[in-house]
Design a protein around this ligand. Structure first.
Ligand code: SAH
Length: 233
């Protein structure tokens, strides 16, 4: 089954961008996923192909028009389309690995990229858009956020990652940050690889990694341990 991504944007040239290379690019060529970048401006109806207008109530910047966006969304996502409709937005629910996994298990996603000050609230309500944020900072547009989301999803699609195990052991997959990694040379600028890792004792190695994971998480992201506790009762 192909994961079908439709991205609504004023800059379709930004796609597939970085996702045309490496793992995601190969998977795109192989048909594991597909990407349709749709120009929102094609759904404007006036002579100047206007997509935005001044904010009601005044203030700086411009707002994307509900009517133009609704036509673009209805074109990309006709009745019966089971794909979730996402709006990249700093006001959205922060993206998590759990949501990424859910999306990867589904048929695809329709992703609306905002520009300017954002989009008219009425189209968010009328088309039941799920607002998704990639972090507490402001981008100039939703396109880089859509690329981030799709990168995270595509690497989970069946057959995309060569070594499936490395996905399962990663940060967040078990509610913890990942342990540190080492590889040759044995000594780098006077720093040795921790001895346990070259001991060949797999039980000890697993225990060491777990300890490191827990210590790192406690130090850097105590909120993750807190979530774990509330989620598991
Ligand atoms: N005025 C808005 C920010 C608009 S930024 C506010 O203060 O909330 C323009 C567009 O960039 C947004 O519509 C959204 O699509 C995208 N964007 C900006 N930051 C983002 C983030 N952290 N996550 C996801 N999308 C973001």
């Amino acid at each position: 089954m192909t994961f079908k991504a439709s991205v609504l944007t004023l800059y379709p040239e930004m796609f597939p961008g970085a996702l045309g290379l490496s793992l995601a690019g190969r998977a795109l060529e192989a048909g594991t996923w597909s990407l349709d970048a749709i120009q929102i401006r094609d759904f404007a109806t006036d002579r100047h192909r206007t997509v935005d207008d001044t904010p009601a109530g005044g203030g700086a910047g411009m707002v994307m028009r509900a009517d133009v966006l609704a036509r673009a969304i209805d074109h990309a996502s006709p009745p019966g389309d089971a794909r979730p409709r996402l709006l990249m937005s700093p006001r959205g629910r922060p993206l998590t690995q759990a949501r990424v996994r859910d999306l990867a298990a589904g048929p695809g996603a329709v992703i609306l990229c905002g520009r300017f000050e954002g989009v008219d609230q009425r189209v968010i309500d009328a088309r039941e858009l799920e607002e998704v944020s990639i972090g507490d900072f402001i981008l100039s547009g939703g396109e880089p956020a859509a690329l981030v989301l799709l990168d995270a999803v595509v690497r989970l699609l069946p057959g995309v990652m060569g070594n499936a195990v490395s996905g399962e052991e990663e940060s967040f997959e078990n509610g913890l940050l990942e342990h540190p990694h080492y590889t040759r040379p044995q000594e780098f600028e006077g720093r040795e690889i921790p001895e346990v890792l070259t001991s060949g004792n797999h039980k000890k190695i697993a225990a060491w990694r777990r300890e490191q994971s827990e210590a790192l998480t406690k130090e850097r992201r105590p909120d993750l341990l807190e979530n774990e506790r509330t989620e598991n009762g």
